[in-house]
Design a binder for this molecule. Structure first.
Ligand SMILES: [Zn+2]
Length: 660
């Protein structure tokens, strides 16, 4: 991926701390205040709710931000905009949204109004079919009686601003959230909708690309849709700035919104394994990629969209909430309907956590990541394949390396990074970072842009191939291991290295296993200096292998390489169990070490974590005091070299240690 956001001139910017990129006075409330967020996805029948009781329930839950339906598919207030369907369940003479907002504000609960302009009702379609999504057969896309609108039509472009102006003028909202912000590829039941063939889409696509709409989405079409979403987002942002400049924009793309919105969720048809770091992944990525925006990662309470009233395991809710705050994000949970649930287990699980976070809220605003190791993002949002990225995410987590996930290169020149780790393509902007003394560790068969040697050949899924560990000084933790497995893609390079390739050989019958092994000089690792920096390239997908097979040797290769690439040592060293996540954050004049115990996760289940004892932690820096806030105890601090050391006597689910 080339220069997606920034050119290399950013390197000339004087290095500055990641903390507080904006003065406090210029930051929105979402960056200054602790956030305990609950989203109630209200049904139109819930417009009949009793505002007094509803707000009392939210307050009793200790949430201080409520995301609540405002308009779009169903208005929860008496809208006067033509074709804006008003829920018939609003009691006569009442204004459900307005009454909730007034009561909530009196209790210092902020309100985010929710809009969904992706669908509306038949009367609008009858009057203006040109506003709507048109399938390739010319028919509208109808789901449970609602008509899919088109992002390029006047419902989005003209009626939505009219509705927003009405709502923003009437209500002093603290933010707006937008759901389903484009033309979706499929409906709620997963049926593909294809490409919209409305006259607007046809005309606009032809004007820009000089051809007809494609049959299937291609790169041009994806850009076309993306840009339509951006144009809509910018229009909304401008209206908000004009009428409610202090309100947050949520649910659009992160570039435009004030908060980076994500969900930790499950789905019955999603392939296993589960991703137990879902919340850490989302929040870490958001706070490190967009440090001046707040991360709202919602713990979705339910199992899947078809079962919105069936809850996920209680320890899963707890894990996600602690992961959210340990990575500097808001505590956020979603339920469908009001807080009166058919299965109350999710809310009752979250309740004591929100209570505790409220009682200790000075810790939960203004946190900034302090990690000096960065991992380039993976999957559709980042630089490489999802499996490889997740495997590396696991290794760094299990090895207790404080790390930040970045989906862009905007940090270059602004943030001190000792080491960058990548599992896919390398952006060219990194080359000057390396030459200026940066370190880069790559585990990927995709060649980086810098000259690492001539490509000899690509090996694909070589059954029975290995790497030999030749240099035990570089790999001290592999002294009892001479070979390790290789599978997936390996790019053979004309170079020398401390790991060498053993090509496929016989693996059966037992009498003949590998008797024909032939060692080669082909490298499984290439180390090369560039200027003041160094690149270590494993030209194979170690991360993807680790994600599925968790080989000790693969873990240790990365563990030892990180030590090699950090000549001044690690930021944090601990004997914590591999299933204890550790984060390092800065907050005003103190540092925070947070721990989340995920030892309760197994296969497809979440259970109470196994309590951990006597966790020794060494953090670089001269701290005088360490307080285990959750345990409520002062920890003795000792010093050795550049490190301050303390011991956490017991970790149950979560701990936050304040360092001063
Ligand atoms: Zn269209």
């Amino acid at each position: 991926m080339k220069s997606r956001y920034l050119n290399t001139t950013a390197l000339l910017v004087i290095s500055m701390s990641l903390s507080s990129p904006l003065p406090a006075a210029e930051q929105g409330w979402w960056m200054r205040e602790p956030i305990r967020w609950v989203q109630t996805n209200l049904r139109e029948t819930d417009a009949a709710l009793e505002p007094q009781k509803f707000v009392a329930q939210v307050a009793d839950f200790d949430a201080n931000v409520l995301l609540m339906a405002l308009g779009g598919i169903s208005a929860f207030y008496p809208s006067n905009v033509q074709f804006h369907y008003v829920s018939p369940y609003i009691p006569k003479g009442h204004d459900t949204f307005g009454e909730v907002l007034a009561l909530a504000h009196r209790r210092r609960i902020r309100i985010i109004g929710r809009f969904d302009f992706s669908k509306t009702h038949k009367d609008a379609y009858a009057a203006h079919p040109e506003w709507f999504f048109k399938k390739s057969d010319g028919e509208p896309a109808i789901y449970n009686g609602l008509y899919q609108t088109c992002i390029n039509g006047a419902w989005y472009r003209e009626k939505a601003p009219e509705i927003l102006r009405e709502a923003l003028t009437r209500y002093d909202v603290d933010g707006l959230f937008f759901n389903m912000f484009s033309n979706p590829a499929s409906d709620y039941s997963g049926r593909p909708l294809g490409i919209c063939h409305c006259d607007n889409c046809k005309r606009l696509f032809r004007a820009r690309f000089h051809r007809d709409l494609p049959d299937q989405p291609d790169a041009d079409y994806r850009q076309f849709l993306h840009d339509a979403g951006v144009a809509e987002s910018e229009m909304i942002r401008n209206i908000m700035r004009e009428i409610r400049p202090g309100a947050a924009l949520v649910g659009t793309s992160p570039e435009i919104g004030d908060m980076v919105f994500s969900e930790s969720n499950t789905a019955v048809k999603r392939p296993l394994p589960l991703w137990p770091y879902a919340s850490s992944d989302n929040v870490n990525r958001a706070r490190n990629t967009w440090p001046d925006k707040m991360a709202i990662n919602q713990c979705m309470s339910f199992v899947d969209y078809a079962w919105r009233f069936a809850m996920v395991p209680q320890p899963e809710i707890r894990t996600r909430l602690w992961q959210n705050v340990a990575n500097g994000g808001a505590a956020a949970i979603n339920v469908h309907g009001t807080l009166e649930q058919a299965d109350r287990s999710a809310l009752e699980t979250a309740r004591p956590i929100l209570r505790w976070l409220k009682e200790h809220e000075s810790f939960y605003s203004g946190q900034y990541p302090e990690a000096r190791v960065l991992l380039l993002g993976g999957g559709s949002r980042g630089f490489g394949p999802e499996n490889a990225y997740r495997g590396m995410f696991r290794i760094l987590t299990e090895d207790h390396i404080p790390f930040g996930v970045v989906d862009n290169t905007e940090w270059i020149g602004k943030r001190d990074a000792d080491l960058v780790i990548a599992t896919g393509q390398i952006p060219e902007e990194l080359e000057p970072y390396i030459r200026n003394g940066g370190r880069l560790l790559i585990a990927s068969s995709t060649p980086p842009p810098m000259d690492m040697g001539k490509v000899v050949k690509l090996w694909h899924d070589p059954d029975g191939a290995y790497f030999r560990i030749r240099d035990k000084n570089l790999f001290p933790s592999l002294r009892d291991t001479d070979v390790t497995m290789m599978y997936g893609d390996y790019l053979e390079i004309d170079a020398k290295g401390p790991l060498t390739f053993i090509p496929p050989s016989m693996y059966g019958p037992p009498e003949l296993v590998h008797v024909d092994w032939k060692d080669t000089e082909a490298p499984g690792l290439i180390l090369k200096q560039f200027g003041k920096g160094e690149v270590a390239w494993l030209p194979w997908n170690l991360g993807a292998l680790y994600y599925l097979h968790s080989s000790d040797a693969h873990f240790r290769i990365i563990h030892d390489l990180i030590d090699h690439l950090l000549p001044n040592g690690r930021q944090l060293i601990t004997n914590a169990h591999s299933l204890v996540e550790v984060t390092l954050m800065k907050q005003r004049d103190r540092h925070l070490v947070q721990m989340v115990n995920v030892s309760g996760h197994s296969i497809t289940g979440y259970f109470d974590p196994v309590p951990m004892k006597d966790i020794e932690v060494k953090v670089r820096g001269g701290y005088r005091s360490a307080t285990a806030v959750r345990s409520g105890i002062e920890l003795p601090v000792s010093h050795s070299g550049e490190y301050s050391a303390f011991v956490v006597p017991t970790l149950t689910e979560y701990e936050i240690v304040e360092l001063r």
